[in-house]
Write a new protein. Structure first.
Length: 276
């Protein structure tokens, strides 16, 4: 029972860690103070939970828990989040904090879902199953975010066309403004990119512990990385002023079409994505 409770505790940490990364990504790309406070607050909770586990482990074993690879991975993840908290409080190097937490999240995920501590046990099998569930859930959430960017892009193009032709009537009164549509596109991409990245990290970890044979060159994995690169490029070009708002909307439309292609065709060509 204690083993299962600790496993659930670690799962909560991973989920909270992932949510904090999403808020950090939104903050550092959009300078959003609310997102920044939310990210730091959630990360503080994660840090307190990790520190509590570490202290409990020291008390239980009467030694510092770094004598095995499994223990070392946890301590490394704790050390990274400690450094990020220090940088957050005493410095303003935002991207350093973000990337430290990305690395810390990866190692915390490896620690939580590694089969070493629960090898050939019901808890281990449960964790592997739940890892797959979390991976799929985050992937679907990212697709939903990209769908929102697509919807806002269509609305932007519609409002732009109506205003350009000066045919605005009462029937268009409930449409969002151009600025609202543009903000919706950006917010959706800010959310979708880190959520899909987290899903990929979790999916690779699941494949490592659950499958005898798999390849990073799998079509679904490559396609998902291309989705991240594509949306990141669109966002980069827009922020650099290389894309007008109208072009940015069209880029969102075509990027979402690639998401759909990857969702269906990538899954068909994948060696182990059978759930579709």
């Amino acid at each position: 029972m204690a083993e299962l409770t600790m496993a659930r505790f670690h799962e909560v940490i991973v989920v909270l860690y992932a949510v904090s990364l999403v808020f950090y990504f939104i903050d550092y790309l959009n300078n959003n103070k609310l997102a920044h406070r939310s990210a730091f607050g959630i990360l503080s909770v994660v840090y307190l939970m990790q520190t509590g586990i570490l202290i409990a482990r020291v008390i239980d074993t009467q030694r510092f828990p770094v004598l095995s690879l499994y223990e070392g991975i946890y301590f490394y993840a704790w050390l990274l989040i400690s450094l990020s908290m220090i940088l957050q409080v005493f410095s303003k190097v935002g991207f350093a904090v973000f990337f430290l937490n990305v690395i810390g999240f990866i190692f915390m995920t490896i620690h939580t879902f590694t089969p070493v501590q629960f090898d050939k046990s019901p808890v281990g099998e449960s964790l592997i199953s739940e890892l797959l569930f979390i991976h799929i859930t985050f992937a679907i959430l990212s697709y939903a975010a990209f769908a929102m960017s697509f919807v806002f892009a269509i609305l932007y193009l519609l409002v732009y066309k109506v205003l350009k032709k000066k045919k605005w009537t009462k029937q268009f009164g409930r449409l969002p403004s151009l600025q609202q549509s543009l903000s919706g596109m950006k917010a959706s991409i800010y959310t979708g990119i880190p959520v899909l990245f987290i899903s990929l990290v979790l999916g690779i970890q699941w494949a490592t512990v659950a499958l005898d044979e798999w390849a990073i060159s799998d079509m679904k994995i490559i396609g998902s990385f291309l989705v991240i690169i594509l949306y990141s490029l669109v966002l980069f070009l827009q922020r650099r002023g290389r894309l007008t708002a109208n072009d940015f909307a069209w880029a969102n439309v075509f990027a979402f079409l690639f998401v759909i292609i990857n969702f269906f065709l990538g899954s068909r060509l994948s060696q182990f994505h059978f759930w579709i």
